[in-house]
Design a protein around this ligand. Structure first.
Ligand SMILES: [Zn+2]
Length: 382
């Protein structure tokens, strides 16, 4: 290691706010914050941000989405030249999340009591953003204009940022702390996600007296599904039928059958094409049966790709090296609020914030991950 690198590694190690990070994680985990019920977390965040000197606003996402809290936005004037930067982490958690109790282990691991999720997704992101900014302010490190956005309802197809007014945002680039895995990883690419509902309409008839007069919707649906390609359609695209529902009684030829599923693809047009092909295939299998098909689709997220050469990526790589981490650039096949950021002209990337096995009761993080994530934030806003 040359002298410059040694100095840099030393600076990274200096960032040690373990005590406060632990306390903030505890405070946030103690608040129930499922999608559409983020009120307690929103109030807590407003207080924290105001204490740090941010101008804070809450939008009307709560009333528009029938939840109890809106997206929290904060702005802090910079003390140095440089492009403004936006940092983001969502306030809601998946279920089961009522009465989360973090368990701290001597080796620094934090888990739930295994009866709920831990909420590390996305408490890690929130804690790291706040701790990183606090470190910069307390040490009077010159920083850019900082914008923060803590959205509601991310876990339900990014509904919170769907209704956010992006005119408010000054930053051209953003970091969304919402990716699993160790700190130092960034996803530059994410897929389109489109959900669909297929309904086969047949004809009801008494199953004993006159079954010949019925058109069996369940049977026709299953025939149609059997003929479909599912799973990976190509390297960029997947298709999945996730639920099926139909019939009204054991003595009735079922009149209706409904399937729900989703398509994902790194290329938006490929996702659309997969839906078209599915519709054609289903229609073909219904030909001559008297049944008919209805297809409804909803685009939840649009695919994007940020280049390695863009400023947002370069700044991330610089910040990682400054704290002694080797940056890793990757892609995710999951969506995040960043899909909406990019859709609205903000070049954002999604950063790992040290959460693992998310969306399960095995979810965990570590104090060291939280510390590193905070150090990374402190570098990103310099
Ligand atoms: Zn998340």
């Amino acid at each position: 290691m040359d002298r410059e690198n040694e100095r840099i590694a030393h600076e990274g190690r200096k960032f040690n706010e373990t005590e406060r990070i632990t306390q903030q994680f505890l405070a946030l985990a103690a608040l129930d914050s499922p999608s559409f019920s983020e009120r307690a977390t929103a109030d807590w965040l407003k207080r924290e941000l105001q204490e740090l000197g941010f101008a804070v606003t809450e939008d009307d996402a709560g009333s528009r989405l029938h939840g109890n809290a809106g997206n929290i936005y904060g702005f802090l004037k910079g003390t140095a030249e440089g492009e403004p930067v936006l940092l983001s982490a969502h306030m809601d958690t998946v279920l089961p999340a009522a009465g989360k109790v973090p368990v701290f282990y001597p080796d620094g691991k934090i888990t739930s009591r295994k009866d709920t999720v831990l909420g590390a997704d996305d408490i890690c992101g929130i804690v790291e953003i706040l701790a990183g900014i606090r470190f910069v302010l307390e040490n009077q490190i010159p920083h850019r204009d900082i914008e923060v956005l803590f959205p509601v309802a991310e876990e339900v197809y990014i509904k919170g940022t769907n209704v956010f007014d992006f005119q408010k945002i000054k930053s051209k680039y953003a970091y969304v702390l919402d990716l699993g895995g160790p700190v130092g990883r960034a996803a530059l690419q994410a897929p389109s996600i489109i959900s669909f509902q297929l309904t086969v309409y047949g004809r009801a008839a008494h199953a004993g007296f006159e079954p010949e007069n019925g058109i069996h919707a369940i049977s026709l649906m299953s025939r149609g599904i059997s003929a479909l390609c599912q799973g990976h359609l190509d390297a960029d695209t997947t298709l999945n039928i996730g639920t099926i529902l139909g019939g009204t009684g054991t003595n009735v030829v079922p009149e209706q059958c409904i399937c729900r599923g989703e398509v994902r693809s790194y290329i938006h047009e490929k996702a659309q094409k997969a839906l078209d092909n599915m519709k054609k295939s289903m229609e073909k299998s219904l030909e001559g049966t008297g049944a008919w098909l209805e297809v409804q689709t909803e685009v939840h997220m649009k695919a994007y790709k940020i280049e390695e050469t863009e400023a947002v990526t370069a700044n991330f790589q610089r910040a990682c090296r400054k704290i002694g981490l080797n940056p890793e650039l990757t892609a995710t096949f999951g969506g995040s609020d960043n899909n909406n950021f990019v859709k609205n002209g903000i070049r954002g990337i999604v950063l790992s914030c040290g959460m693992y096995q998310v969306h399960s009761v095995e979810e965990y993080t570590t104090i060291e991950d939280l510390r590193l994530g905070s150090a990374l934030v402190a570098e990103l806003v310099r």
